[in-house]
Design a protein around this ligand. Structure first.
Ligand code: ATP
Length: 202
């Protein structure tokens, strides 16, 4: 089996996330994509993050109608910072050696890859399925290769879908009273309204 994993803060989940998961699935022939909300995203340690129960509820509401999209609370249940390497080790154990793991990431997140915990081990455990992001330059694989030899062979580029939606933009729009219709699934829009999320500017 080919298993895609999309980790993120999902604060909130938006159509960009769903579209890159779908595109990775079709272009790399994945059987399923697991959405993994980060419990304590150490890369965003300096920002306020919405409590995990809301972020998880929005992810569940967003993917519920797609039988190939599943949600794993793995990182939410673990204590301490959410390191991808630990999540991948856990999935490798749960799904067995027959399952090939593909970690789906935006080009912006790839450029930080050298700062991740145990990047060499991450590359042993999975292929990075990299998706271009508007306003983001093509990832400089040669620069990454010099600090992490072999990374190029472990990167699969996903066809560019160029969706310029970000969670930051959604939060700002809600705080300013602007519409987020069509940028998030209707279930997520309703959840945000009902729970009064993102009213304060961060
Ligand atoms: P924020 O604006 O709060 O930083 P975000 O929209 O980047 O959030 P995350 O939950 O941090 O959302 O993203 C999870 C993963 O999805 C990351 O690898 C990120 O690069 C990728 N991603 C998010 N939105 C897009 C998009 N529009 N196009 C391509 N990749 C995306």
């Amino acid at each position: 089996m080919k298993l895609g994993i999309l980790g993120g803060t999902f604060d909130p989940i938006h159509l960009g996330h769903l579209i890159i998961a779908e595109e990775a699935m079709s272009s790399l022939g994945l059987d399923r994509v697991l959405f993994v909300p980060a419990g304590d995203p150490w890369m965003k340690a300096d920002t306020t993050i919405t409590p995990k129960q809301h972020r998880l509820a929005m992810v569940l509401a967003a993917v519920g109608d797609n039988p190939k999209f599943k949600v794993s609370p793995s990182e939410l249940e673990r204590f301490g910072p959410s390191y991808t390497v630990e999540t991948l080790e856990e999935f490798k154990e749960d799904y067995g050696l027959q399952t090939e793991l593909f970690f789906i990431i935006g080009a912006d997140a790839l450029m930080d890859f050298g700062r991740w915990s145990q990047p060499e081990r991450v590359l042993e455990l999975c292929t990075l399925a990299v998706v271009g992001r508007p306003a983001q330059e093509e990832p400089d694989l040669s620069a990454l290769e010099s600090s992490l030899p072999g990374i190029r062979k472990r990167v699969a580029m996903v066809d560019d879908v160029a969706i310029g939606v970000s969670a930051t933009d959604i939060r700002e729009r809600v705080a300013e009273g602007r519409s987020i219709r069509y940028l998030v699934p209707p279930t997520v829009e309703t959840y945000i309204q009902e729970h009064g999320l993102y009213k304060e500017k961060r």
